[in-house]
Design a binder for this molecule. Structure first.
Ligand code: C2O
Ligand code: CU
Length: 454
């Protein structure tokens, strides 16, 4: 949905498509004086994942994903957030360089949107690109809250300059549903893990939503978001290649074609696919189990019918460095070496996580000076992968798994098990700044820390 549609929809009392309520009645302007550019209403929603399969969750404006918010780079924007639930909520604008007071993280001091209350967020959206918004509540062992819920949506910041060339763009948010605790995998003393019953692209299970309709010869830009609470994914489209154009919304230095996209929790990948294999295909997870749970969407060429095809891709490797260039990074002004370890939950409770031996909130904040450049050295001494996210700043990956790299700017880096990644950032946005593993199961159990400007 674009901004025009969204504004049109907010003025409607109720809006139904195919029997599904897209928007509940919205009483917008009156409650806060001047009309906001956008309104988000946090409220219970029933999501029809497939005929007869309904997930009850909390969402934005009665849909999952929430409306795609299209903002203009550099132009001050207001969003009224109404919270119709019984708990305080936080909306985090993931990937935007905004002040801590509006970033949507309690740890940074953003005030919550009170239960049955409202709050107006005002900020200047930047940088341009594929961003997103989501709840920043802690879930802990309550698997209905935080990112286990339906509280997420795209936020696209339109660049001032011209967009790239493609015929149309498709926003696809991947999510998993009906979580439960599962028999731990990994070492015998490992703690509880999460398993899901269903998975969706844009709220619909594979084969149960509208297909993406394409024509031969088109260049289709897919903007993919992994909005899973916990799982890193691999996505393929048989017979086609993805020309990766942007990572976490930032154009890559070296666009490159791949067969498989690896997308960690909270990451976004913009990839252009040239439609040159007429047929019906499955764009979906390379995991058969996940596809059976619904993780995929049908791509249908005009005039083609039939059973959507899946063909397993060959072995793949994913290296952020491939989208940048090999270079020796500029010496930073300071370095933070951060060692990640797991304290096993011994099969009966959740694992705890430590950064340099301490779990949040008992960690020591990293102190930075405004204008200086810092290197964060992530040493993962656990077997799990961790999508590390830095709030309110972006970083450049300078070393991935021991290989020097440059020119890849992101806000999440997926650090492999027993591996390392190094990222450089400039302290250019004063205020408390959170960084954490974006896996809900990890961030809620210690894997988080703050950066403070000295
Ligand atoms: Cu996407 Cu701390 O958030
Ligand atoms: Cu993690």
């Amino acid at each position: 949905m674009d901004r025009r549609d969204f504004l049109a929809a907010t003025s409607a009392v109720a809006f139904r498509v195919g029997g599904r309520a897209l928007f509940p009645s919205l009483a917008v302007a009156a409650e806060s004086g001047a009309k906001a550019d956008f309104t988000l209403r946090i409220a219970p929603v029933s999501v029809e994942l497939a005929p007869g399969k309904v997930a009850k969750t909390i969402g934005y404006n009665g849909t999952v994903p929430g409306p795609t918010l299209r903002m203009q780079e550099g132009i001050s924007t207001t969003i009224d957030v109404f919270n119709d639930t019984d708990s305080d909520e936080l909306v985090h604008w993931h990937g935007l360089m905004v002040p801590a007071e509006v970033d949507g993280a309690a740890e940074e001091g953003t005030p919550p949107v009170p239960a049955h209350g409202q709050r107006r967020y005002t900020f200047v959206p930047k940088p341009a690109g594929t961003r997103w918004y989501h709840t920043h509540n802690i879930a802990g062992s309550d698997l209905t809250r935080g990112m286990y819920s339906g509280q997420f949506g795209f936020l696209y910041v339109e660049p001032k300059s011209e967009r790239g060339s493609y015929d149309h763009e498709i926003f696809l948010a991947i999510h998993q549903w009906e979580p439960s605790t599962a028999v731990p995998m990994g070492p015998p003393n490992n703690g509880l893990e999460i398993t899901y019953q269903y998975a969706t692209f844009n709220g619909r299970m594979l084969r149960h939503g509208d297909p993406v309709r394409v024509r031969t010869g088109e260049q289709v830009l897919f903007r993919l978001l992994n909005a899973s609470a916990t799982d890193d994914l691999r996505i393929a489209l048989p017979g086609h290649q993805f020309q990766v154009a942007a990572l976490d919304g930032n154009p890559v230095l070296t666009p490159r074609s791949v067969n498989v996209l690896r997308i960690g929790v909270a990451e976004r990948i913009d990839a252009i696919v040239e439609m040159k294999q007429p047929g019906t295909w499955i764009l979906g997870s390379t995991s058969e189990t996940d596809r059976q749970k619904g993780m995929g969407i049908v791509i249908e060429y005009a005039g083609q019918k039939g059973v959507p095809q899946w063909i397993a891709p060959g072995p793949d490797s994913w290296d952020y460095g491939a989208f940048g260039k090999t270079q020796i990074p500029i010496e930073p002004d300071g370095r933070f070496e951060l060692i990640f370890r797991k304290i096993p939950g011994e099969r009966v409770r959740f694992n705890r996580w430590t950064i340099n031996g301490k779990s949040f909130p008992d960690t020591d904040p990293l102190i930075v000076q405004q204008g200086k450049r810092y290197r964060m050295i992530f040493r993962n001494e656990s077997g799990d992968t961790h999508p590390l996210h830095l709030h309110r700043h972006s970083f450049e990956i300078t070393n991935f798994a021991g290989k020097l790299t440059g020119g890849v700017r992101k806000d999440v880096v997926l650090v492999n098990g027993f591996s390392t990644a190094e990222v450089d950032f400039v302290a250019d946005n004063p205020g408390l700044t959170l960084f954490h593993c974006h896996a809900q199961l990890h961030m809620d159990f210690g894997f988080m820390n703050l950066i403070k400007y000295g």
